[in-house]
Design a protein around this ligand. Structure first.
Ligand code: ACO
Length: 321
């Protein structure tokens, strides 16, 4: 039996933390009290002008490759999850391959499932590895959501941050990813979207993120509880065997409600939303890397990674680390 096993992780947060009070000082009509009470967010990071998703992805990827004890040329598949790519095309994954100096002509492509993007990319990579066609996959979530925020809309601009997280997956006889589940229901696309595009040299429609926060909140709590149960059931496992839940980091109240629905104590939930804000596809690998490097997550432990985002899309993976 071939498993896809996590060999190493890495992450990147650009610049210094920007606190809630810093946002107030920049003229946004909000307060530290409002943001922390409703979301749990205390700070986030923003990319510098000119710093792109591939810049952040490269740093996170190099750290993951090093943590795995590999060389860039060992990578035989790259999948980048992003909704804020450098270009319309080529993909951020192709740019990343070039920047890492990989010349082995192995496949590289992006996956776009917004905040579920990392779980989608991980699931695709796992299927490549399990099929035997590829052995060392670099899976990255990288976002610069600061580029698509409307700074006049305080209901959204305080929620998001920029960053990247990466993992090296390798083919192994030691168990790694045990089960995965992906879902989408496109009928909910209006509640979270960037409803614009570029054509004939102009922006058509609205280039900024728009969200019905309360509708998103209710949807997220329901599907995150259900999809975690689904991956546990399909691996004949249960919540009692989960050492760590690493959910998409959108909002501490969504995270707490999900843990409660699952009957999982908060001590077994990794949360970085206070320091990172919502970094969309980067949030899960960022949180994973933080908890591995600070020693909370140990080899052999069972993890549930799960995400939900625009589309709507959602998914989870049960992983033996
Ligand atoms: N600062 C101060 N006041 C604000 C702010 C702000 N940043 N934003 C909104 N308000 C005000 C509103 O104007 C409103 O004032 P009013 O009552 O005078 O009209 C009041 O706060 C309440 O606004 P609501 O939108 O009803 O606030 P709510 O309690 O729903 O909280 C929030 C908003 C935090 C967005 C919440 O709906 C939520 O957490 N939703 C989940 C959305 C989420 O996490 N999305 C992330 C992207 S999706 C994903 O990653 C899965």
């Amino acid at each position: 039996m071939i498993y896809a096993r996590i060999a190493g992780t890495g992450s990147c947060l650009p610049g210094a933390p920007v606190t809630n009070d810093d946002l107030v000082a920049r003229g946004i009509d909000t307060s530290d009290e409002w943001i922390t009470t409703r979301t749990g967010i205390r700070a986030r990071h923003f990319a510098a002008d000119g710093q792109s998703a591939s810049d952040l992805a490269e740093i996170a990827a190099r750290r993951a490759i090093e943590a795995a004890g590999m060389q860039a040329e060992d990578v035989d598949l790259i999948i980048v999850a992003t909704s804020t790519p450098d270009y319309i095309f080529p993909s951020t994954a192709a740019l990343l391959q070039s920047r890492l100096g990989i010349r082995n002509e192995s496949p590289a492509f992006d996956v776009q499932a917004v905040c579920s993007g990392f779980v989608y990319a991980l699931t695709v990579a796992e299927k490549f590895i399990r099929s035997g066609s590829h052995k060392r996959a670099l899976v990255v979530g990288a976002e610069v959501f600061s580029r698509i925020l409307d700074w006049q809309d305080r209901t959204t601009c305080v929620l998001f941050g920029d960053g990247a997280g990466a993992i090296m997956l390798e083919a192994s006889e030691t168990p790694g990813i045990l089960s995965t589940a992906l879902h989408a229901d496109g009928s909910h696309h209006p509640i979270l979207c960037v409803p614009g595009t570029v054509a004939s040299g102009k922006v058509l429609g609205d280039p900024f993120l728009r969200m019905d926060g309360q509708a998103v909140f209710k949807f997220a709590v329901r599907v995150l509880g259900d999809v975690a149960q689904e991956v546990l059931a399909s691996a004949a496992s249960d919540v009692g065997e989960v050492d760590w839940l690493i959910p998409h980091q959108a909002n501490i109240r969504i995270i707490h409600s999900t843990a409660k629905r699952l009957g999982l104590p908060l001590e077994r939930v990794v949360s970085t939303v206070d320091a990172h804000g919502n970094t969309s596809a980067a949030s899960i690998p960022l949180a994973l890397d933080v908890a591995i490097r600070d020693g909370r997550i140990q080899r052999g432990q069972r993890l549930v990674l799960e995400g939900v985002g625009g589309g709507f899309t959602w998914g989870a993976a049960l992983v033996q680390y």
